[in-house]
Design a protein around this ligand. Sequence first.
Ligand code: DAH
Length: 359
Amino acid sequence: MSDLETLSRDLLERIHAAVDLTSLEAERVAALGKQGAITGLLKTLGRMTAEERQVEGPRIHGLRERVAEAITARKAALEAAELERKLATETLDMTLPVATGPQGTVHPVSQVMDELAEIFADLGFSVATGPEIEDDWHNFTALNIPETHPARAMHDTFYFGETDGERRRMLLRTHTSPVQIRTMMRQKPPIYIIVPGRTYRSDSDATHTPMFHQVEGLVIDRGIHMGHLKWTLETFLKAYFERDDIVLRLRPSYFPFTEPSAEVDVGYSVVKGRRVLGGSDAWMELLGSGMVHPKVIANCGLDPDEWQGFAFGCGIDRLAMLKYGMDDLRAFFDGDVRWLKHYGFSALDVPTLSGGVGA
Ligand code: DAH
């Protein structure tokens, strides 16, 4: 065996035996590096005669090529083995739960709804609900707002294309008042309910959003008069704003479903540029109310000579803004976590009359 063949076998064996990339690199330097065995052989070509070079040249170059190929192949094999090892040992368990604290808060509207339920429960009222997709009979007609009544146009109603089985036009309820009708038709008096819920009108600016929240109040019993209405509203607002100096002013007004009707203003004063409820320096409009119209009671199959009642309707978003100091209604519905972190409530802030409904 010639020296070249011995060298070739020796180099290829060692390349093949290299256990990692570092030892393979050492073999490459030993063979092909500046001082390497093959580099040394290539240098001898210059000193050979032309005939010798013709014989030795191809052999030495052939050896260099085989060794270079062997190194490349070994390198690929070692890298593949390394990747396999990593894949087998380094695991990432995507099913592990991420341990973070609770991120959300209770929205001020939900909080105020809970406060209302708590306050009115203490006065003997229960919470009633009704559908947000209504028909025009419950939303308007039964509430003494017939087809041609101008109050219909005032409501900027979202209508659906379809009608229900009785060919009543479907719409998104424009107020919570249709739940008065549904409750009177379903339940025998005496009735003492509040109805918090979502309502819809085609309207949008800093104080109006297409979806907003109202709370309706309804009492149907014997011998009910406006004194009961005023006392109930006063008791409610004193408890809600947690102030004894809340003063109400009832102004004559008009709603088709009440007779007489009254708009209720609440007194406030301005302290350091901020409105503070209480007293009677100035007045702001807060809600609509009145004695339930005899026609509405009769529309629900009850005898208005036997049963009377009062009703009121109030914007919940406005109640929340007044109590908790937000000034742009649109932010209520942006779903911005930063706003919720600032204005929202902890899930443990359950309003109670004893612990305070102010949270
Ligand atoms: N439904 C009226 C509205 O959305 C509010 C209202 C006024 C409700 C007087 C009542 C009421 O129950 O008696 O504007």
